[in-house]
Design a protein around this ligand. Structure first.
Ligand code: ATP
Ligand code: MG
Length: 578
């Protein structure tokens, strides 16, 4: 935020939270000299999901609010699972959300030399040692929550021996699992994470960026604090599962600062509750399974809760930011209903999206008294609340498409749309009176007939002479065009996919795949008004009476858009509606 003359205007606009309180206090005491430096540190082993959006909005949002910077950092210390494809997709998603890391793009793997130096200085200080127990032995001597661990027989190796063994680990002399570098802290600590945690292991693996330069790799819990310290991060915000790691985070950076590796003050780890969202799964493992087993059409399938999927779905960056602000940050784990996210998207789209007309389940309406071959242009507002967005022309003619559900031959009670003898308004056009219908051999209605009232055109004085209850949307058959529309819905039909629930047999296992919503996508052919034909990919609209739709960014062709439904106009899932 830019400094302003009015001190009140410097108050960050977003609602306060406990992390802002920590920063405010640091600024008051001058701990960081008013510097705020955060980071978003994904591991490039999958696509970003809705949960990451919370973390991105939080970290970049804090930097924005306090005039600081947020680093984009790939935590790529594990050589086995990481790929360039993920790096590219992650950068694209963060950029799409509207955040800019400027020159602050970093890769943890660029720090491998520095991390190695840190390990050496810990060994030299007697704070790390090479353990040569087997993995089994190490596990057995770690102790439990109630029992202390036992010291390794290798714990008291001298500095020279440790340096020699670590050098030979690095030189590739040993097989994986034969030696490991451990911090020397306290095998009796009540916090298991402080019982001499592993910090460097042997992995004869090729890394996506450093290639075969290394055959020893730092453990995540060792690497992460060092990355923060190297980058001068002030507030290292992470999710709650790292709370028990904080003592090690602090121990490690304190030990390295004591050895002169880093200046003080040292970065502070702050934990917040991750986003848990109903009707989706947010674990990378499950997302990968959905993609690999073909339950969805790829990482950017609009039903998948990835940010790539959200983009194709038509969700908006502003909607995600609104959502992040609304749910806030806290230390308490909780569940957020999917309806909250969808409502945030509706709120944003209601404001931002222009209105258009689409007939999703077309039935032909013929106006018997409208001359054949004639047509005229009706004017429809692009946005009911924003006259400045103007109007567009909608051709009107003798044969129109209307929604099949807007006609009933024998009307149900309270049905005010088209039925024989009833009058309705064709939105932005004329009032028409239904005079009958035609059916095929199976009794299916093929055409509805009506007469139009020539003096009833919207916007003319005569329009007021007609009081009708129905107000239908329509597309001129001769002017509209047919297009593919995909009606997306929630991917899972249950709020907690895979969770056992009442009525399940005691020994029954429930698989999250069993809860996939069979109606999560329906592909239809719809009739759209001509103004939609030339739209750009990713253009978003409200289709009147139907919901919000986006021109698919992958499958739309010039002059032949394909539309994805983003959300319906109302939440049909509320109160167990489905
Ligand atoms: P995994 O646990 O499979 O490694 P991850 O979701 O933690 O996956 P990371 O790439 O490590 O993936 O995440 C990057 C950042 O996003 C981390 O700081 C993490 O805390 C945060 N994050 C991940 N999931 C959520 C979530 N559901 N809500 C909020 N933040 C999240
Ligand atoms: Mg993680």
């Amino acid at each position: 935020m830019k400094p302003s003359k009015n001190p009140a205007a410097d108050t960050p606009p977003a609602p306060s939270n406990f992390i802002r309180s920590i920063i405010d206090e640091d600024n008051r005491t001058g701990k960081w000299g008013a510097r705020v430096e955060t980071r978003f540190p994904p591991e490039p082993n999958g696509y970003l999901h809705y949960g990451h959006a919370k973390s991105i909005c939080l970290n970049f949002g804090l930097a924005e609010a306090y005039g600081g910077v947020c680093h984009m950092r790939f935590d790529d210390t594990n050589p086995e699972k990481e790929e360039q494809e993920y790096v590219d997709a992650i950068l694209e998603a963060v950029r799409w959300l509207g955040y800019d890391w400027g020159e602050h793009l970093y890769f943890a793997s660029d720090y491998f030399d520095r991390m190695h130096d840190c390990a050496l200085s810990l060994i030299e200080a007697g704070k790390a040692y090479v353990d040569s127990q087997s993995a089994e032995e190490m596990r057995a001597s770690r102790g439990t929550l109630t029992e202390p661990g036992r010291n390794s027989p290798y714990r008291d190796r001298g500095v020279e021996e440790n340096l020699d063994l670590f050098a030979r680990m690095r030189a590739g002399e040993f097989a994986e699992g034969t030696h490991i570098l451990r911090a020397r802290i306290d095998m009796a600590s009540p916090n298991i994470n402080l019982r001499d945690p592993a910090i460097y292991r042997i992995r004869h693996a090729t890394h996506h960026r450093t290639g075969d330069k290394w055959c020893i790799y730092p453990m995540y819990t060792f690497a992460h604090p060092i990355e923060d310290a190297i980058e001068n991060i002030t507030h290292s915000v992470c999710t709650l599962e790292f709370e028990d790691q904080r003592p090690f985070y602090d121990w490690l950076l304190d030990a390295l600062a004591t050895e002169g590796q880093f200046p003080r003050p040292l970065p502070q780890q702050i934990e917040f509750a991750r986003l848990n969202l109903t009707y989706v799964v947010l674990s990378k493992r499950k997302l990968i399974q959905l993609v690999n087993e073909g339950h969805v059409a790829g990482w950017d399938d609009p039903r998948l809760p990835t940010l790539a999927g959200a983009r194709r779905r038509g969700f908006t960056p502003a909607g995600f930011r609104r959502f992040a602000e609304q749910i806030g940050v806290s230390k308490a784990d909780s569940w957020i209903d999917m309806g909250v996210l969808e409502e945030c998207m509706r709120d944003d789209l209601n404001d931002a999206a222009e209105r258009r007309v689409a007939v999703l389940d077309p039935l032909k309406l013929v106006l018997t008294n409208y001359p054949e071959g004639q047509s005229e242009l009706c004017q429809a507002p692009n946005h009911p609340l924003k006259p400045e967005l103007g109007k567009r022309d909608m051709p009107f003619s003798r044969a129109l498409w209307i929604e099949r559900e807007d006609f009933m031959e024998a009307p149900a009670k309270g049905f005010h749309r088209l039925y024989p003898g009833n009058m309705v308004r064709l939105r932005y056009g004329y009032v028409v009176k239904c005079i009958g219908c035609e059916k095929d051999a199976d009794g299916k209605i093929t055409t509805v007939f009506a007469e139009y009232m020539p003096d009833s055109r919207s916007g003319t004085p005569g329009a007021d002479n007609y009081k009708v209850k129905g107000n239908l949307h329509w597309v001129s058959a001769a002017h509209g065009f047919e297009a593919e529309v995909r009606l997306y819905d929630r991917l899972f039909a249950h709020p907690h996919p895979g969770q056992r629930r009442e009525g399940d047999a005691p020994d029954a296992e429930r698989d999250f795949l069993d809860d996939i919503n069979p109606a999560s996508m329906r592909v239809i052919r719809a009739w759209l008004e001509p103004a939609l034909q030339g739209v750009a990919p990713e253009a978003r609209f409200q289709f009147e009476r139907h919901g919000y739709f986006v021109a698919d960014r992958v499958d739309s062709k010039p002059g032949a858009p394909v539309f994805n439904r983003t959300v319906t106009l109302k939440d049909s899932w509320a109160k167990g509606g489905k």
